[in-house]
Design a protein around this ligand. Structure first.
Ligand code: ATP
Ligand code: MG
Length: 421
């Protein structure tokens, strides 16, 4: 992709109301554009990042054996009254259609998925099963804030699993935890698993929390793995850890990047969803739900991975793998031709390249490359061409190397291999 052809560009001025690093850097970097509080457009660069994150999640959910569906975001009132949540969920966006018919924009989808699965699952032999979707959710958040961290329309992956026995549910729940850790690791995030309130459904749920000063949540945790959200915490900072009996409890701010819940039969009972058991008698169905916000994950990555110059994307979430910057000189056409050849060769290795082909001062191009934050920058200039070389610089490191052109593709392949491993 040629930067000159990208319609949305970087901006030198920070949005006046940016209250967090991601709110500022994603707009300045040309990733997002704010329409209203908590409502964002994803520009070409931003959509690439969001899609990368969604695809990581998709791969991990598919590996769990879950099947992807897409449910409507516009939902009729009836299933919400069946569960009693029409009046219970305070952030539900409600609308009126023709003839006074009432609807809600989905804030979560238990009310839709439970009767959907009930249509097809009739016998214990049809269990376990799990489905997920990646879709925009709508919540009338009283305070939309911190860029992508708390939106009123935001992306969510929501998965729902259905089981005959408690043991089967628990086994799946543990595997889902592992899948979640894989997602965060691949997105360059280190998440803690934290006990949190189970809402109206059960004693606990489990949140995945990324520790950072810009987080809204407070987590009490120990190095042994014990962690509780402030809302249910039975400990305070400085206490001896009740789990290992040795460590000292620390309190840290954190961002909730995922939440999984044992729902038991809260929703299946509401829809009278039972299956024929081995003895032919109707049996209750147990359920779990598993949420991740890809857009909040995107904002969190920026909160955790940035410096004073811009974003520092981990490779798994970067919009492109490599940023090629060509620098004019006395014979600009020669440099452009050499850069074009380099871009083609790298793309031939299956990598994605953003090529800054503009006729602009080098300082401006480097500042933009730092702001955009692609993991590897390669510079082609008259100076490097004279040495039959390319300059190599990784984002987040001050070190630059001059690499012979002949060695470049091998080096790029090794770099990808090393980073992926
Ligand atoms: P919070 O406590 O932050 O309001 P929640 O507990 O209400 O979130 P869940 O219903 O658990 O959210 O949603 C599952 C996931 O969806 C969350 O872990 C988070 O990653 C994401 N998410 C929830 N609300 C928002 C939002 N307003 N904007 C962006 N992502 C969100
Ligand atoms: Mg939650």
């Amino acid at each position: 992709m040629r930067y000159s052809q990208l319609f949305a560009k970087t901006s030198k001025t920070a949005p006046h109301d940016a209250d967090s690093a991601n709110a500022r850097l994603l707009v300045q970097g040309g990733y997002t554009s704010q329409l209203a509080a908590g409502i964002y457009t994803y520009l070409p660069l931003g959509l690439r990042v969001l899609d990368k994150i969604k695809n990581v999640i998709r791969e991990e959910m598919n590996a769990l054996g879950a099947q992807e569906v897409l449910m409507p975001a516009l939902t009729p009132k009836e299933p919400w009254t069946t569960t009693g949540r029409w009046d219970e969920i305070d952030v539900l966006f409600k609308l009126e259609g023709h003839g006074g018919k009432e609807y809600a924009l989905g804030s979560t989808h238990e009310e839709i998925v439970t009767p959907l699965v009930q249509q097809f699952v009739k016998s214990y032999k049809d269990l376990p099963t799990s489905v997920y979707q990646i879709q925009d959710k709508f919540r009338n958040e009283p305070r939309a804030k911190s860029g992508l961290l708390r939106g009123r329309e935001f992306s969510m992956k929501d998965m729902y699993s259905f089981h005959l026995t408690e043991a089967d549910f628990e086994e799946y729940y543990e595997r889902a935890k592992e899948a979640y850790f894989n997602v965060y690791r691949r997105c360059g995030l280190e998440a803690l698993i934290v006990e949190a309130s189970g809402g109206a459904f059960s004693k606990f749920s489990h949140e995945f929390q990324v520790l950072t000063e810009s987080g809204e949540d407070l987590v009490f945790h120990c190095t042994c793995g014990f962690a509780q959200n402030k809302e249910i915490a039975e400990v305070k900072e400085g206490d001896t850890c009740p789990k290992c009996g040795e460590g000292t409890i620390k309190a840290d701010k954190a961002i909730e990047v995922g939440n999984i819940f044992p729902l038991k039969s809260r929703f299946t009972d509401a829809f009278d969803f039972k299956v024929a058991g081995p003895d032919g008698k109707p049996q209750s169905v147990l359920m779990g739900c598993y949420g991740i916000g890809p857009s909040r994950v995107m904002g969190t990555i920026v909160e955790v991975h940035h410096d004073d110059k811009g974003i520092v994307w981990p490779r798994g979430a970067a919009p492109f793998d490599i940023h090629v910057v060509s620098i004019g000189g006395k014979d600009p056409d020669k440099v452009l031709a050499a850069a074009e050849e380099l871009v083609k060769d790298i793309e031939g290795c299956g990598l994605e390249v953003l090529w800054d082909d503009r006729d602009a001062p080098p300082g401006e191009k480097f500042a933009d490359a730092d702001l955009i934050g692609i993991p590897l920058r390669l510079i082609v200039s008259e100076k490097t061409l004279a040495k039959d070389a390319v300059e190599w610089k990784e984002r987040g490191s001050e070190k630059t190397d001059l690499l012979p052109k002949n060695d470049l593709l091998d080096a790029v392949r090794a770099w990808v291999g090393l980073r992926v491993a």
